[in-house]
Design a protein around this ligand. Structure first.
Ligand SMILES: Nc1nc2c(c(=O)[nH]1)N[C@H]1C(S)=C(S)[C@@H](COP(=O)(O)OP(=O)(O)OC[C@H]3O[C@@H](n4cnc5c(N)ncnc54)[C@H](O)[C@@H]3O)O[C@H]1N2
Ligand code: MOO
Length: 416
């Protein structure tokens, strides 16, 4: 008889690495792809900037009136109430006028400040009597003037490479007259589900077969402006899987498989990676769910082999594949999100547990509540969750009120 069988198969073994070590290894494996393209700014939202943008001009581009009112010249005098005649006008869009000494110059918000003016008075503080303007308040030098360059200095780096472009970035780019930006090319990803039991929706289901849910799930989890995803499904046959891996590895940047990772008779993905000429850097991770998880390279393509159970596949994608895709695109790692647990849980010293949680703000703090019963084959706990909580291994149970890292299902921007 060999070694005693363990029901969870999580005993110490030299191939198994810790969750944290596997995360580091996945991030270290991925190198930025450095493939970029120019896109019009209208299509740039959500793309990752590939080259720094230096401001071609200042913002505001010239000194401007910040209010509808009157530009005046105090020239060192105390800004006491005064009476001045009207002397000219500059509307927004006009070339700057000239303030004639001893007059007030009508200006509209956004108008170029007339030459010689050093303050703008809101029209609410001016009474117009005939041709004369009565200024009823002390006037502050520099009041209501937007200075050229106070928002953006010409030549300044306004957006750093690696940043995901958002609507605010597009506003600045548009204001600067920038029409196109250089962004990282979308990652080409192949999602290959393996399993002779799998059928696509709409196909008849013979006894024992199931519909493929991992394929559509991962395609949706990874979908976005920075990815082009192809999906295919392969039966549990080692050469068929190896062929698919080899073909896809020649065509995409990242090949992801699901299932066929464990110890069953029909689990062929690791062998297939070898037959496709690939290598695996990590073959098992001390985590639940998702222990039978591997990653490495097949030719020039990165490879991630996720387990078949839907929660194991999803959390493997959140914990390992998403950080890899960020790095391949040249992004910084996502900011760590933490939440206070509103639940207690048992745990084991030698593995990290990933638990689906719903997030809410309670008493001013992000709080994680357990979602659904145990079982990585279940999908409904993910439907009612917003994130997965990372529960580190320990010999003591997890207490309610513990602060834990959570991996949000939808990535918040948070500066990344
Ligand atoms: N004797 C052992 N059995 C198992 C172990 C173990 O350590 N010893 N580990 C268990 C764990 S944990 C997991 S996770 C699974 C992982 O197995 P595989 O990656 O080999 O996946 P399969 O066995 O092929 O499938 C598992 C499960 O998932 C369903 N599945 C697969 N693909 C899809 C898909 N595209 N859409 C929906 N559902 C899918 C599949 O039908 C199975 O029910 O192994 C345990 N067993
Ligand atoms: O732990 Mo497996 O990874 O349940 O699904």
């Amino acid at each position: 008889m060999g070694a005693a069988l363990r029901d969870d198969n999580f005993g110490a073994d030299t191939q198994t690495v810790s969750f944290d070590a596997a995360r580091h290894a996945a991030a270290a494996l991925a190198r930025p792809l450095d493939r970029s393209e120019d896109v019009p700014i209208a299509l740039a939202a959500g793309r990752v900037l590939a080259a720094a943008i230096e401001a071609p001009s200042a913002l505001p581009p010239f000194d401007q009136a910040a209010m509808d009112g009157y530009a005046v010249c105090l020239s060192g005098r105390k800004g006491v109430p005064v009476v001045l005649p009207m002397g000219g006008r500059t509307n927004a869009g006009d070339a700057p006028g000239v303030l004639r000494p001893g007059t007030a110059h009508r200006v509209m918000t956004g108008a170029a400040l007339p030459t010689g003016a050093d303050a703008v008075v809101m029209q609410e503080h001016v009474a117009r009597r005939g041709d004369l303007l009565h200024f009823d308040l002390p006037i502050e030098p520099g009041a209501h003037i937007r200075r050229s360059g106070e928002d953006v200095v010409r030549g300044a780096a306004v957006i750093e490479p690696g940043r995901m472009i958002g609507w605010a970035d597009i506003a600045v780019l548009a204001a600067l007259g920038v029409r196109t930006v250089r962004v990282a090319c979308p990652l080409r990803i192949a999602v290959v589900t393996t399993g002779s039991e799998l059928r696509d929706g709409g196909e008849p289901l013979p006894a024992g077969a199931i519909y493929d849910s991992n394929g559509p799930m991962l395609a949706a989890l990874l979908a976005g402006p920075n990815t082009h995803i192809v999906s295919l499904s392969v039966r549990d046959e080692v050469n068929a899987i190896a062929d698919a891996l080899q073909t896809q590895a020649g065509a995409v940047d990242l090949v992801i498989t699901t299932a066929g990772m464990s110890v069953g008779d029909a689990d062929h993905v690791r062998d297939a990676v070898g037959r496709a000429g690939g290598r695996l850097d990590i073959v098992k991770v001390a985590m639940k769910p998702g222990k039978p998880l591997a990653f490495g390279m097949i030719g020039e393509a990165y490879f991630a082999g996720l387990p078949g159970n839907p929660q194991a596949a999803a959390y493997g994608a959140l914990a390992f594949v998403r950080p890899m895709t960020r790095r391949l695109l040249g992004q910084a790692p996502a900011k760590r999100v933490t939440a206070r647990t509103a639940f207690a849980a048992s745990r084991k010293p030698d593995r990290t547990e990933l638990l689906p949680v719903s997030l809410s703000v309670e008493h001013g703090r992000l709080t994680a509540r357990r979602s659904g019963p145990d079982g990585s084959h279940r999908m409904m706990p993910m439907v009612s969750a917003d994130a997965v909580a990372v529960v580190p291994g320990a010999s003591t149970p997890l207490e309610a009120g513990t602060c834990l890292e959570v991996l949000p299902f939808d990535q918040p921007r948070l500066g990344g």
